[in-house]
Write a protein that binds this ligand. Structure first.
Ligand code: ADP
Ligand code: 5GP
Length: 194
């Protein structure tokens, strides 16, 4: 039995609904956890706030964070960099708080290989179909056509590694997916505390 918090990784292709599901999980509040805000070099989208969705930084600042070993993991994703700040994640886990990361498949792979001792609960979200994924990315209207196409191409590759995850959840209906994820996490937490 461990007094540490559990690390939960929520992953899946761009546009599948990771942010939507994570926000719904937090809003329901059935499971207490702290959401780790990542750092990114991508531009801020309308409606986003620095420090809420991401810490938006320039390349030089991102480099500084790499050099000082500040990232638990970081990746390049379709032309921009994204990283998980390490200290706060470890502080929360050590204080017994569950932490949720919303990261891509390469970042998950890095944590599974370099930080296996963190023993994460890994959840991969998939869309009901690839067409639905494309509709969601387009419907969000946050990227230009070239970026949408690059993200869709990457999504096809990302979908092939779903077997690396402990749990795969279809995000068709948000409420159903959130309930399923709550059950998965609830079971994992009670298994770990027994
Ligand atoms: P991600 O964080 O994985 O990139 P988002 O959470 O931004 O994805 O979701 C992409 C788009 O799909 C958003 O416009 C969101 O409102 C929509 N969306 C997410 N989940 C669903 C769902 N279950 N049904 C319909 N639309 C959804
Ligand atoms: P977006 O630009 O759509 O916000 O994010 C692009 C992708 O990067 C998404 O799949 C998102 O989950 C992922 N991502 C966001 N933050 C991080 C991070 O800190 N590390 C990794 N590996 N991926 C991240």
């Amino acid at each position: 039995m461990s007094n540490k918090g559990a690390l939960i990784i929520l992953s899946g292709p761009s546009g599948v609904g990771k942010g939507t599901i994570r926000q719904a999980l937090l809003a329901r509040g059935c499971l207490p956890f702290w959401y780790s805000v990542s750092m990114t070099t991508r531009s801020i989208r309308p409606g986003e706030t620095d420090g809420v969705e991401y810490y938006f930084v320039n390349d030089a600042e991102f480099d500084r964070n790499i050099e000082t070993g500040n990232f638990l993991e970081y990746v390049e994703f379709v032309g921009h960099r994204y990283g998980t700040p390490k200290d706060k994640v470890l502080e929360h886990l050590n204080a017994g708080v569950n932490v949720i990361l919303e990261i891509d498949v390469s970042g998950t792979e890095k944590i599974l290989t370099s930080c296996a001792d963190l023993d994460p609960i890994t959840i991969f979200l998939i869309p009901p179909s690839f067409q639905v994924l494309e509709d969601r990315i387009r419907g969000r209207s946050t990227e230009d056509e070239a970026t949408i196409l690059r993200r869709l191409l990457k999504a096809r590759v990302e979908m092939q590694v779903r077997d690396r995850y402990q749990h795969v959840v279809v995000n068709d209906n948000v409420e159903q997916a959130v309930e399923e994820i709550e059950k998965i996490i609830g079971k994992e937490l009670s298994r770990r505390s027994s």
